[in-house]
Ligand binder design. Structure first.
Ligand SMILES: [Zn+2]
Length: 202
């Protein structure tokens, strides 16, 4: 899994760019070592991904506390600390989010774990639960990820006619986790904070 070390600047940046704390030099990562850190709000809500270097600066400035860390240790000035995988801000920051996550094929696949909601095989298409020919809307609560076979079999019929059932009603995703998923590779150690299915790879 490749990871970006760039750690683009988040919306709702948690603090001033220039910190009084000296920036430590990170050890050269061995393969599989994260160079990116998931930043959580004080409320544990995922905010954004920052570089591990930036996360360490936040921790040293006492603007954030480590939540999960890698085995590697970084040495800075008078302190040594494990390279943080997840950090949490000590103070809550308000971040405006879009009212609704845009409906896209990629986003639907992500929500449904890249699998067909009807049979569990790999999803290759988008299905309208209530067919569009019957007035079904192209909205989050009426679209699901499906395989070609199920989509073809279902055609213009309703679930009741087929005797098919959805595992759960299609929901509209919201919150920061979805913004993060659209952007980059997800470190498996972030998953419990992002609240996404195991099979998701953004
Ligand atoms: Zn299927």
């Amino acid at each position: 899994m490749s990871r970006s070390a760039s750690g683009s600047s988040p919306v709702g940046h948690p603090g001033p760019r220039r910190d009084p704390v000296p920036v430590p030099r990170l050890p050269v990562p061995s393969s599989g070592t994260t160079a990116a850190t998931l930043l959580l709000n004080a409320t544990y809500e995922p905010l954004c991904v920052v570089s591990s270097r930036r996360a360490i600066v936040l921790v040293l400035a006492e603007k954030a506390v480590p939540v999960d860390a890698a085995a590697e240790v970084v040495h800075a000035e008078r302190v040594s600390l494990p390279v943080p995988v997840v950090v949490r801000l000590t103070r809550y920051v308000r971040v405006p989010y879009p009212a609704q996550v845009p409906l896209s094929r990629r986003a639907v696949f992500t929500r449904d774990g890249q699998t067909c909601v009807y049979c569990g095989s790999s999803a290759t298409s988008i299905d309208h639960v209530v067919p569009r020919s019957r007035g079904g809307t192209h909205t989050w609560d009426n679209v699901v990820a499906a395989c070609r076979k199920c989509n073809h079999t279902k055609a213009d019929r309703s679930l009741a006619e087929l005797g098919w059932k959805l595992p759960h009603p299609p929901r509209t995703p919201s919150g920061a986790a979805w913004r993060l998923l659209g952007a980059r590779t997800v470190d498996p150690r972030w998953r419990e904070w992002l609240g996404v299915p195991e099979s998701v790879s953004a």
